[in-house]
Ligand binder design. Structure first.
Ligand code: MLT
Ligand code: MN
Ligand code: ZN
Length: 301
């Protein structure tokens, strides 16, 4: 079987659902087995062509659990992993923390822009990824690379900012460079995108993804001031480099006009009301979007 196969390993944003120190109504529900709201791990997507070899987009701090709950990623021999490559879309902890888990002298290719690679290289703890086994590749914006045999991919800058732990004072928001990237996948005549962090949707980006078969998109917050209103934080989505789903400059309205086959929100913050049944989730579904969840599988054949 060939085609593009996607597996959402983690649908939640940094912190996961529930987040360790949060007792908002979503986090409380995710701890209550009778609520019907399943816990969700942090931001990661697995992609395969043959179902046997997988590329992992973002190494979440939950990767050990994600591998455990995904039979496709279990070892098939005494020492083995179906994970052939790991690609990083930004240097935030939810996307690089899992690199520390997948050490143990297992060979794979690690792809990132040179700016993201420099963040990893600058921290000696990542030397646990023995370079004799883990090859680090710098990929350039808008150049093709192949994270798996038979899979053509391309990275491109999307509006974003530097990783939270690298912020000094007020960071530049809406930076278009190597800090935050989207991925374009092409295989078997299908075109798909993975954009888990995005600050705005400028026209050039809309044109790029127009007509795609599938787009996984940043669903961090439903409204820009959501964390402030819920009382869990003082930052807006905009300040975090994440455009809201609704309201001024929301992703729902912009993406709805682009003739995209399937639209799936991922990187969803624990405060986001779309986790639960209700008006917000209904609005998202009515506009043709799906709410990502751990274990969600999408095959484009
Ligand atoms: C984000 O997407 O805003 C980051 O994951 C923040 C963080 O590292 O906690
Ligand atoms: Mn994040
Ligand atoms: Zn919460």
């Amino acid at each position: 079987m060939t085609g593009l196969r996607f597996l959402v390993l983690g649908a939640a944003a940094g912190g996961g659902l529930p987040q360790w120190n949060c007792n908002c109504s979503n986090c409380a529900a995710a701890r209550d087995p009778s609520s019907g709201l399943a816990a969700q791990t942090q931001s990661s997507l697995a992609v395969s062509i043959d179902g046997e070899n997988w590329a992992i987009f973002n190494a979440s701090p939950d990767i050990r659990q994600q591998i455990q709950q995904t039979p496709q990623l279990h070892p098939k021999a005494l020492r083995h992993s179906p994970i052939r490559s790991v690609i990083i879309t930004n240097a935030d902890v939810d996307h690089i923390g899992g690199l520390l888990t997948i050490r143990e002298k297992q060979a794979f290719d690690l792809f990132s822009t040179s700016a993201i690679g420099a963040v990893i290289d600058a921290n000696p703890v990542f030397r646990v990824l023995d370079r004799a086994f883990v090859k680090r590749h710098a990929i350039r914006l808008d150049e093709d690379f192949s994270p798996l045999e038979g899979l053509e991919a391309r990275i491109f800058a999307v509006p974003g900012k530097v990783a939270l732990f690298l912020e000094e004072g007020e960071p530049e928001l809406g930076l278009e460079g190597e800090q935050t990237i989207g991925i374009e996948f092409i295989a078997a005549g299908k075109r798909a995108y993975y954009i888990p962090g995005c600050a705005t949707l400028p026209d050039w980006l809309c044109e790029r993804i127009r007509g795609a078969d599938l787009v996984f998109f940043d669903g961090t917050v439903f409204t820009d001031d959501e964390m402030i209103r819920v009382g869990t934080g003082i930052k807006t989505g905009e300040r975090m480099g994440h455009m809201p789903i609704t309201g001024d400059g929301g992703s729902l309205e912009a993406l709805s006009k682009l003739d995209i086959g399937r639209m799936v929100y991922v990187h969803i913050n624990n405060t986001n009301p779309i986790w639960r049944n209700g008006a917000e989730r209904d609005a998202v579904n009515a506009a043709g979007f799906e709410v990502g969840h751990d274990g969600m599988e999408i095959d484009l054949d």
